[in-house]
Design a protein around this ligand. Structure first.
Ligand SMILES: [Zn+2]
Length: 465
Protein backbone atom coordinates (compact mmCIF):
# COMPACT_ATOMS: atom_id res chain seq x y z
CA UNK A 1 0.00 0.00 0.00
CA UNK A 2 1.22 3.45 -0.88
CA UNK A 3 0.10 6.52 0.98
CA UNK A 4 -0.51 8.66 -2.01
CA UNK A 5 -0.17 12.05 -0.83
CA UNK A 6 -1.63 14.58 0.68
CA UNK A 7 -3.13 17.77 -0.35
CA UNK A 8 -1.27 20.38 1.65
CA UNK A 9 -2.82 23.63 2.78
CA UNK A 10 -2.01 27.13 1.94
CA UNK A 11 1.44 28.48 2.22
CA UNK A 12 3.03 25.85 0.03
CA UNK A 13 0.94 26.99 -2.92
CA UNK A 14 2.16 30.58 -2.71
CA UNK A 15 5.78 29.50 -2.66
CA UNK A 16 5.27 27.11 -5.53
CA UNK A 17 3.54 29.74 -7.60
CA UNK A 18 6.65 31.89 -7.61
CA UNK A 19 8.83 29.05 -8.78
CA UNK A 20 6.71 27.11 -11.18
CA UNK A 21 4.75 29.40 -13.47
CA UNK A 22 5.70 27.99 -16.85
CA UNK A 23 6.56 30.18 -19.79
CA UNK A 24 3.89 28.37 -21.77
CA UNK A 25 1.43 25.60 -21.12
CA UNK A 26 3.13 22.25 -21.03
CA UNK A 27 2.21 18.78 -19.92
CA UNK A 28 2.71 18.74 -16.21
CA UNK A 29 0.71 15.79 -14.87
CA UNK A 30 2.42 12.73 -13.44
CA UNK A 31 1.20 9.19 -12.85
CA UNK A 32 1.74 6.78 -10.01
CA UNK A 33 1.37 3.58 -12.05
CA UNK A 34 -1.76 1.50 -12.39
CA UNK A 35 -5.40 2.20 -13.11
CA UNK A 36 -8.86 1.29 -11.87
CA UNK A 37 -10.64 -1.50 -13.78
CA UNK A 38 -14.37 -1.21 -14.35
CA UNK A 39 -14.97 -3.38 -11.27
CA UNK A 40 -13.47 -0.65 -9.06
CA UNK A 41 -15.37 2.42 -10.26
CA UNK A 42 -17.64 2.62 -7.21
CA UNK A 43 -17.46 5.58 -4.81
CA UNK A 44 -18.95 5.50 -1.32
CA UNK A 45 -18.87 7.71 1.79
CA UNK A 46 -18.72 6.74 5.44
CA UNK A 47 -20.05 9.95 6.93
CA UNK A 48 -18.13 10.37 10.17
CA UNK A 49 -17.27 14.00 9.45
CA UNK A 50 -17.39 15.95 12.70
CA UNK A 51 -18.12 19.46 11.40
CA UNK A 52 -21.69 20.69 11.08
CA UNK A 53 -20.52 22.60 8.00
CA UNK A 54 -19.71 19.34 6.26
CA UNK A 55 -23.40 18.42 6.16
CA UNK A 56 -25.39 21.64 6.07
CA UNK A 57 -26.11 21.68 2.33
CA UNK A 58 -29.68 20.40 2.28
CA UNK A 59 -30.73 21.86 -1.08
CA UNK A 60 -31.92 19.10 -3.42
CA UNK A 61 -30.31 19.02 -6.87
CA UNK A 62 -32.05 17.02 -9.58
CA UNK A 63 -28.73 15.97 -11.17
CA UNK A 64 -27.67 14.46 -7.80
CA UNK A 65 -30.90 13.02 -6.47
CA UNK A 66 -31.32 11.70 -2.97
CA UNK A 67 -28.06 12.86 -1.38
CA UNK A 68 -26.89 15.97 0.47
CA UNK A 69 -23.92 17.38 2.38
CA UNK A 70 -20.64 15.48 2.20
CA UNK A 71 -22.26 12.75 0.09
CA UNK A 72 -23.24 15.16 -2.68
CA UNK A 73 -19.82 16.87 -2.57
CA UNK A 74 -17.99 13.54 -2.95
CA UNK A 75 -20.38 12.35 -5.68
CA UNK A 76 -19.78 15.57 -7.65
CA UNK A 77 -16.01 15.17 -7.30
CA UNK A 78 -16.14 11.72 -8.87
CA UNK A 79 -18.40 12.66 -11.77
CA UNK A 80 -16.19 15.65 -12.62
CA UNK A 81 -13.62 13.08 -13.83
CA UNK A 82 -16.31 11.35 -15.91
CA UNK A 83 -16.37 11.08 -19.68
CA UNK A 84 -19.43 13.26 -20.36
CA UNK A 85 -21.58 15.86 -18.56
CA UNK A 86 -23.44 14.25 -15.67
CA UNK A 87 -27.02 14.52 -16.92
CA UNK A 88 -27.26 18.13 -18.07
CA UNK A 89 -23.88 18.86 -16.43
CA UNK A 90 -25.52 21.20 -13.93
CA UNK A 91 -25.80 21.08 -10.19
CA UNK A 92 -22.86 23.10 -8.94
CA UNK A 93 -23.29 26.89 -8.93
CA UNK A 94 -19.54 27.46 -9.26
CA UNK A 95 -19.04 25.26 -12.32
CA UNK A 96 -20.44 25.49 -15.82
CA UNK A 97 -20.21 21.72 -16.21
CA UNK A 98 -19.65 18.60 -14.16
CA UNK A 99 -18.15 15.72 -16.15
CA UNK A 100 -15.10 16.95 -18.03
CA UNK A 101 -12.71 13.97 -18.24
CA UNK A 102 -13.45 12.84 -21.79
CA UNK A 103 -11.70 9.51 -21.10
CA UNK A 104 -12.70 5.86 -20.93
CA UNK A 105 -13.34 6.48 -17.26
CA UNK A 106 -16.57 6.88 -15.31
CA UNK A 107 -17.61 6.33 -11.72
CA UNK A 108 -20.66 4.73 -10.17
CA UNK A 109 -21.99 6.46 -7.06
CA UNK A 110 -22.87 3.80 -4.48
CA UNK A 111 -24.09 5.82 -1.52
CA UNK A 112 -23.24 5.48 2.15
CA UNK A 113 -21.02 2.85 3.73
CA UNK A 114 -21.29 1.90 7.38
CA UNK A 115 -17.56 1.94 8.18
CA UNK A 116 -14.26 3.28 6.88
CA UNK A 117 -13.56 -0.04 5.14
CA UNK A 118 -10.21 -1.48 4.14
CA UNK A 119 -7.61 0.22 1.97
CA UNK A 120 -9.20 -1.12 -1.21
CA UNK A 121 -12.90 -0.66 -0.41
CA UNK A 122 -13.31 2.67 -2.26
CA UNK A 123 -14.74 4.57 0.71
CA UNK A 124 -14.22 8.22 1.68
CA UNK A 125 -14.26 9.06 5.39
CA UNK A 126 -12.73 11.39 7.99
CA UNK A 127 -10.21 10.67 10.69
CA UNK A 128 -10.03 12.88 13.74
CA UNK A 129 -6.38 13.80 13.29
CA UNK A 130 -3.57 13.22 10.83
CA UNK A 131 -0.93 14.14 13.38
CA UNK A 132 -0.71 17.86 12.84
CA UNK A 133 1.61 17.59 9.84
CA UNK A 134 -0.36 20.07 7.77
CA UNK A 135 -1.97 17.34 5.70
CA UNK A 136 -5.53 17.96 4.57
CA UNK A 137 -6.39 14.51 3.27
CA UNK A 138 -4.68 11.46 1.83
CA UNK A 139 -5.36 8.57 -0.49
CA UNK A 140 -4.27 5.00 0.10
CA UNK A 141 -3.75 3.45 -3.31
CA UNK A 142 -3.41 -0.23 -3.80
CA UNK A 143 -4.73 1.01 -7.22
CA UNK A 144 -5.91 -1.89 -9.37
CA UNK A 145 -8.06 -3.39 -6.63
CA UNK A 146 -9.23 -0.12 -5.12
CA UNK A 147 -8.41 2.75 -2.80
CA UNK A 148 -9.37 4.52 0.43
CA UNK A 149 -9.48 8.27 1.09
CA UNK A 150 -9.30 9.90 4.52
CA UNK A 151 -9.98 13.56 5.34
CA UNK A 152 -8.09 15.03 8.32
CA UNK A 153 -10.59 16.51 10.74
CA UNK A 154 -8.19 19.05 12.26
CA UNK A 155 -9.57 21.28 9.53
CA UNK A 156 -13.12 22.57 9.15
CA UNK A 157 -14.70 20.78 6.19
CA UNK A 158 -17.29 22.59 4.11
CA UNK A 159 -19.80 20.88 1.80
CA UNK A 160 -20.48 23.93 -0.41
CA UNK A 161 -22.14 24.07 -2.88
CA UNK A 162 -21.25 27.75 -3.46
CA UNK A 163 -18.22 29.63 -2.24
CA UNK A 164 -16.84 28.83 1.21
CA UNK A 165 -15.14 31.03 3.81
CA UNK A 166 -11.39 31.15 4.44
CA UNK A 167 -9.80 30.81 7.86
CA UNK A 168 -9.57 27.15 8.76
CA UNK A 169 -12.19 26.13 6.18
CA UNK A 170 -11.50 23.76 3.30
CA UNK A 171 -13.74 22.49 0.54
CA UNK A 172 -14.65 18.80 0.58
CA UNK A 173 -15.49 18.77 -3.12
CA UNK A 174 -12.22 20.35 -4.25
CA UNK A 175 -10.03 18.20 -2.03
CA UNK A 176 -11.96 15.05 -2.98
CA UNK A 177 -11.58 15.87 -6.69
CA UNK A 178 -7.82 16.00 -6.05
CA UNK A 179 -7.65 12.86 -3.90
CA UNK A 180 -9.78 10.90 -6.34
CA UNK A 181 -7.27 11.91 -9.04
CA UNK A 182 -4.71 9.93 -7.03
CA UNK A 183 -7.14 7.01 -6.70
CA UNK A 184 -7.51 6.80 -10.47
CA UNK A 185 -3.74 6.86 -10.94
CA UNK A 186 -2.46 10.43 -11.12
CA UNK A 187 0.38 11.94 -9.12
CA UNK A 188 0.95 15.63 -8.61
CA UNK A 189 1.13 18.16 -11.40
CA UNK A 190 3.51 21.09 -11.64
CA UNK A 191 0.78 23.14 -13.33
CA UNK A 192 -0.46 25.53 -10.66
CA UNK A 193 -3.93 25.67 -12.19
CA UNK A 194 -4.40 21.90 -12.17
CA UNK A 195 -6.57 20.15 -9.61
CA UNK A 196 -3.58 17.82 -9.16
CA UNK A 197 -1.25 20.62 -8.00
CA UNK A 198 0.16 19.62 -4.61
CA UNK A 199 -1.40 22.29 -2.43
CA UNK A 200 -4.47 24.43 -1.96
CA UNK A 201 -5.58 27.30 0.25
CA UNK A 202 -8.31 27.79 2.79
CA UNK A 203 -11.54 28.80 1.09
CA UNK A 204 -10.30 27.71 -2.32
CA UNK A 205 -12.70 25.89 -4.65
CA UNK A 206 -11.03 26.22 -8.07
CA UNK A 207 -9.94 22.57 -8.07
CA UNK A 208 -13.57 21.41 -8.21
CA UNK A 209 -13.18 21.81 -11.99
CA UNK A 210 -10.45 19.73 -13.53
CA UNK A 211 -7.98 21.59 -15.73
CA UNK A 212 -6.82 20.70 -19.24
CA UNK A 213 -3.68 19.23 -17.66
CA UNK A 214 -5.79 16.95 -15.43
CA UNK A 215 -7.87 15.97 -18.46
CA UNK A 216 -4.69 15.12 -20.36
CA UNK A 217 -3.70 12.99 -17.37
CA UNK A 218 -6.90 10.94 -17.11
CA UNK A 219 -6.92 10.46 -20.90
CA UNK A 220 -3.27 9.34 -20.79
CA UNK A 221 -4.12 6.60 -18.29
CA UNK A 222 -7.50 5.45 -19.65
CA UNK A 223 -7.40 6.66 -23.24
CA UNK A 224 -9.58 9.37 -24.72
CA UNK A 225 -13.22 8.30 -24.79
CA UNK A 226 -13.53 5.67 -27.51
CA UNK A 227 -15.85 6.15 -30.47
CA UNK A 228 -17.40 2.81 -29.51
CA UNK A 229 -18.00 3.70 -25.83
CA UNK A 230 -21.67 3.40 -24.82
CA UNK A 231 -23.35 6.77 -24.26
CA UNK A 232 -26.51 7.48 -22.26
CA UNK A 233 -28.32 10.58 -23.51
CA UNK A 234 -31.55 10.34 -21.54
CA UNK A 235 -33.54 8.21 -19.13
CA UNK A 236 -37.29 8.39 -18.71
CA UNK A 237 -39.83 6.47 -16.74
CA UNK A 238 -40.36 5.13 -13.25
CA UNK A 239 -40.85 1.42 -12.62
CA UNK A 240 -39.91 0.61 -16.21
CA UNK A 241 -37.35 2.94 -17.73
CA UNK A 242 -36.33 3.82 -21.25
CA UNK A 243 -32.63 4.57 -21.83
CA UNK A 244 -31.75 6.38 -25.04
CA UNK A 245 -28.19 6.72 -26.31
CA UNK A 246 -25.72 4.97 -28.57
CA UNK A 247 -23.28 2.04 -28.79
CA UNK A 248 -25.38 -0.26 -26.62
CA UNK A 249 -24.46 -3.90 -27.22
CA UNK A 250 -26.44 -6.95 -28.21
CA UNK A 251 -26.33 -7.76 -24.48
CA UNK A 252 -25.82 -5.21 -21.71
CA UNK A 253 -25.55 -4.78 -17.97
CA UNK A 254 -27.51 -1.88 -16.50
CA UNK A 255 -25.87 -0.59 -13.31
CA UNK A 256 -27.87 1.17 -10.61
CA UNK A 257 -26.97 2.76 -7.28
CA UNK A 258 -27.96 0.60 -4.35
CA UNK A 259 -30.83 1.98 -2.25
CA UNK A 260 -30.18 2.77 1.39
CA UNK A 261 -26.98 2.61 3.43
CA UNK A 262 -24.54 -0.24 3.80
CA UNK A 263 -24.19 -1.58 0.29
CA UNK A 264 -20.93 -3.30 -0.59
CA UNK A 265 -20.07 -0.94 -3.42
CA UNK A 266 -21.10 -3.36 -6.15
CA UNK A 267 -23.77 -1.75 -8.34
CA UNK A 268 -27.24 -3.29 -8.50
CA UNK A 269 -27.12 -4.90 -11.95
CA UNK A 270 -29.66 -6.08 -14.47
CA UNK A 271 -27.85 -8.34 -16.91
CA UNK A 272 -28.50 -9.62 -20.39
CA UNK A 273 -30.52 -6.60 -21.50
CA UNK A 274 -30.95 -6.58 -25.27
CA UNK A 275 -30.77 -3.23 -27.03
CA UNK A 276 -33.05 -2.08 -29.81
CA UNK A 277 -33.08 0.45 -32.62
CA UNK A 278 -29.50 -0.18 -33.69
CA UNK A 279 -28.01 -0.05 -30.19
CA UNK A 280 -29.70 3.23 -29.28
CA UNK A 281 -32.51 2.01 -27.03
CA UNK A 282 -32.78 -0.02 -23.81
CA UNK A 283 -35.85 -0.78 -21.76
CA UNK A 284 -35.51 -2.26 -18.28
CA UNK A 285 -37.53 -2.75 -15.11
CA UNK A 286 -35.90 -1.00 -12.18
CA UNK A 287 -34.89 -3.50 -9.47
CA UNK A 288 -36.49 -2.94 -6.07
CA UNK A 289 -33.01 -2.64 -4.51
CA UNK A 290 -32.05 0.31 -6.74
CA UNK A 291 -32.17 3.79 -5.25
CA UNK A 292 -31.50 7.35 -6.35
CA UNK A 293 -28.06 7.76 -7.89
CA UNK A 294 -26.57 6.91 -11.27
CA UNK A 295 -27.31 4.54 -14.11
CA UNK A 296 -24.51 3.19 -16.29
CA UNK A 297 -24.63 0.75 -19.20
CA UNK A 298 -21.93 -1.83 -19.76
CA UNK A 299 -21.75 -3.33 -23.24
CA UNK A 300 -20.91 -6.85 -22.11
CA UNK A 301 -20.04 -8.66 -25.34
CA UNK A 302 -17.31 -6.18 -26.22
CA UNK A 303 -14.97 -6.86 -23.31
CA UNK A 304 -14.13 -5.47 -19.90
CA UNK A 305 -12.15 -2.28 -20.52
CA UNK A 306 -13.22 1.25 -19.69
CA UNK A 307 -14.45 1.77 -23.24
CA UNK A 308 -17.25 -0.76 -22.61
CA UNK A 309 -18.77 1.27 -19.77
CA UNK A 310 -20.99 4.28 -20.45
CA UNK A 311 -21.09 7.66 -18.82
CA UNK A 312 -22.90 7.88 -15.49
CA UNK A 313 -26.37 9.36 -15.86
CA UNK A 314 -28.38 10.64 -12.87
CA UNK A 315 -31.50 8.69 -12.07
CA UNK A 316 -34.15 8.86 -9.37
CA UNK A 317 -36.49 5.86 -9.28
CA UNK A 318 -39.12 7.99 -7.61
CA UNK A 319 -39.18 9.95 -10.87
CA UNK A 320 -39.43 13.61 -11.62
CA UNK A 321 -42.19 14.77 -9.35
CA UNK A 322 -44.81 17.12 -10.73
CA UNK A 323 -44.14 20.66 -9.61
CA UNK A 324 -46.53 23.46 -8.69
CA UNK A 325 -45.67 27.03 -9.67
CA UNK A 326 -47.20 30.42 -10.53
CA UNK A 327 -50.12 31.78 -8.44
CA UNK A 328 -53.89 31.67 -8.45
CA UNK A 329 -56.34 34.60 -8.74
CA UNK A 330 -58.15 35.98 -5.70
CA UNK A 331 -61.82 35.16 -6.21
CA UNK A 332 -64.97 36.98 -5.20
CA UNK A 333 -65.00 35.20 -1.83
CA UNK A 334 -61.40 36.31 -1.27
CA UNK A 335 -59.92 32.83 -1.59
CA UNK A 336 -56.91 31.98 -3.74
CA UNK A 337 -57.45 28.65 -5.52
CA UNK A 338 -54.56 26.22 -5.24
CA UNK A 339 -53.60 23.02 -7.03
CA UNK A 340 -52.66 19.60 -5.73
CA UNK A 341 -52.08 16.29 -7.48
CA UNK A 342 -52.28 12.59 -6.84
CA UNK A 343 -50.76 9.64 -8.72
CA UNK A 344 -48.33 9.99 -11.60
CA UNK A 345 -48.78 10.84 -15.28
CA UNK A 346 -48.42 7.82 -17.54
CA UNK A 347 -49.29 6.57 -21.03
CA UNK A 348 -49.92 3.06 -19.69
CA UNK A 349 -50.56 3.06 -15.94
CA UNK A 350 -54.15 2.19 -15.05
CA UNK A 351 -54.13 4.45 -11.99
CA UNK A 352 -55.35 8.03 -12.01
CA UNK A 353 -53.21 11.14 -12.20
CA UNK A 354 -55.54 13.68 -10.64
CA UNK A 355 -55.01 17.44 -11.00
CA UNK A 356 -57.18 19.15 -8.44
CA UNK A 357 -57.96 22.79 -7.59
CA UNK A 358 -59.40 23.74 -4.21
CA UNK A 359 -60.69 27.02 -2.74
CA UNK A 360 -62.56 27.73 -5.95
CA UNK A 361 -66.06 29.29 -6.07
CA UNK A 362 -68.90 26.88 -5.44
CA UNK A 363 -71.14 25.46 -8.16
CA UNK A 364 -69.30 27.01 -11.08
CA UNK A 365 -67.95 25.44 -14.23
CA UNK A 366 -64.26 25.07 -14.82
CA UNK A 367 -61.97 23.83 -17.58
CA UNK A 368 -58.50 22.40 -17.26
CA UNK A 369 -56.14 23.91 -19.83
CA UNK A 370 -52.77 22.50 -20.77
CA UNK A 371 -49.89 23.44 -23.04
CA UNK A 372 -46.71 21.78 -24.31
CA UNK A 373 -44.46 24.83 -24.52
CA UNK A 374 -43.51 25.39 -20.90
CA UNK A 375 -44.37 27.92 -18.25
CA UNK A 376 -45.79 31.38 -18.61
CA UNK A 377 -46.15 34.17 -16.08
CA UNK A 378 -48.17 36.44 -18.33
CA UNK A 379 -50.52 39.04 -16.82
CA UNK A 380 -53.99 37.86 -17.80
CA UNK A 381 -57.49 38.83 -16.57
CA UNK A 382 -56.12 40.50 -13.40
CA UNK A 383 -54.12 37.34 -12.63
CA UNK A 384 -51.48 35.12 -14.20
CA UNK A 385 -51.67 32.79 -17.16
CA UNK A 386 -49.30 30.01 -16.06
CA UNK A 387 -49.34 28.00 -19.31
CA UNK A 388 -47.55 29.20 -22.41
CA UNK A 389 -49.79 29.40 -25.44
CA UNK A 390 -51.07 27.71 -27.44
CA UNK A 391 -53.07 25.67 -24.97
CA UNK A 392 -55.71 22.99 -25.20
CA UNK A 393 -59.00 22.85 -23.24
CA UNK A 394 -59.94 19.48 -21.78
CA UNK A 395 -63.69 19.07 -22.32
CA UNK A 396 -66.35 18.75 -21.10
CA UNK A 397 -66.21 21.38 -18.30
CA UNK A 398 -66.47 20.20 -14.69
CA UNK A 399 -68.76 21.61 -12.02
CA UNK A 400 -67.00 22.66 -8.83
CA UNK A 401 -69.88 21.63 -6.54
CA UNK A 402 -69.83 22.57 -2.86
CA UNK A 403 -68.35 19.55 -1.18
CA UNK A 404 -64.65 20.27 -1.46
CA UNK A 405 -62.92 19.07 1.67
CA UNK A 406 -59.83 21.24 1.47
CA UNK A 407 -61.47 24.60 0.86
CA UNK A 408 -62.17 27.31 3.40
CA UNK A 409 -65.18 29.49 4.19
CA UNK A 410 -67.41 29.96 1.16
CA UNK A 411 -64.83 28.55 -1.22
CA UNK A 412 -65.79 24.90 -0.98
CA UNK A 413 -65.78 24.36 -4.73
CA UNK A 414 -63.35 21.73 -5.99
CA UNK A 415 -62.33 20.98 -9.57
CA UNK A 416 -60.54 17.77 -10.45
CA UNK A 417 -59.69 15.73 -13.46
CA UNK A 418 -57.82 12.49 -14.10
CA UNK A 419 -55.27 13.59 -16.67
CA UNK A 420 -54.24 10.00 -17.42
CA UNK A 421 -57.64 9.61 -19.09
CA UNK A 422 -56.74 12.57 -21.32
CA UNK A 423 -53.30 11.11 -22.12
CA UNK A 424 -54.63 7.62 -22.78
CA UNK A 425 -57.64 8.75 -24.85
CA UNK A 426 -55.32 9.26 -27.82
CA UNK A 427 -57.09 12.53 -28.68
CA UNK A 428 -53.81 14.41 -28.54
CA UNK A 429 -51.01 12.42 -30.23
CA UNK A 430 -48.40 14.73 -28.67
CA UNK A 431 -49.16 13.44 -25.15
CA UNK A 432 -46.45 10.75 -25.25
CA UNK A 433 -43.69 9.46 -22.98
CA UNK A 434 -41.27 12.16 -21.91
CA UNK A 435 -43.52 15.05 -22.96
CA UNK A 436 -43.52 18.03 -20.60
CA UNK A 437 -47.00 19.36 -19.82
CA UNK A 438 -48.04 22.55 -18.06
CA UNK A 439 -51.61 22.86 -16.85
CA UNK A 440 -53.93 25.22 -14.95
CA UNK A 441 -57.61 25.33 -13.96
CA UNK A 442 -59.74 28.14 -15.41
CA UNK A 443 -63.30 28.64 -14.05
CA UNK A 444 -66.29 31.03 -13.92
CA UNK A 445 -66.48 33.60 -11.13
CA UNK A 446 -69.31 36.00 -12.07
CA UNK A 447 -68.84 39.53 -10.73
CA UNK A 448 -65.26 39.20 -9.53
CA UNK A 449 -64.27 41.70 -12.21
CA UNK A 450 -65.15 42.48 -15.81
CA UNK A 451 -63.66 39.13 -16.89
CA UNK A 452 -65.94 37.06 -14.63
CA UNK A 453 -63.37 34.30 -14.25
CA UNK A 454 -60.94 32.64 -11.87
CA UNK A 455 -57.60 30.87 -12.24
CA UNK A 456 -55.62 28.41 -10.17
CA UNK A 457 -51.84 28.23 -9.99
CA UNK A 458 -49.93 26.01 -12.46
CA UNK A 459 -48.54 22.48 -12.50
CA UNK A 460 -45.66 21.12 -14.56
CA UNK A 461 -45.05 17.41 -15.12
CA UNK A 462 -43.47 14.87 -17.46
CA UNK A 463 -45.35 11.94 -18.91
CA UNK A 464 -43.99 8.51 -17.94
CA UNK A 465 -44.17 5.31 -19.99
ZN1 LIG B 1 -2.15 15.04 -3.60
Amino acid sequence: MKIQNIFLPGAALGAAALLLVPAEESIAFTTIGGSLPTTQRDVRVFDNFADGQSNNNLTPVDQFPGYFGVDMAVWKAGVEWGSLPHGDGGGDPTQTNLGDGGANFDTTWQGDAIGIGGTNDNIVSAQSSCGGTGTLAFTETPISNGWRIRFCDEWTWQDGPGTIPGGNNFDIQEVQTHEYGHALGLGHSSNNSATMRPATGAGNISGRSIHSDDIAGVQFIYGAASASKPVINSISGLGYITILGSNFGSSNEIWFTQAGDGGNGVPVKVTGVVSGAGGTFLGVSVPATAGPGDVLVKNTPSGTGGATLSNAFPFDPSGVAPELYCSGKVNSNFCVPFLSFNGFPSVSDSGAFRIQANDVMQDEFGILIYGLNGRSNLNFHNAKLCVKTPFTRVLPPKNSGSSGTMGSGFCLGELRRNFNATIQSGNDPLLTTGQQVNAQWFYRDPGVDSFNDGLSDGIEFFINP
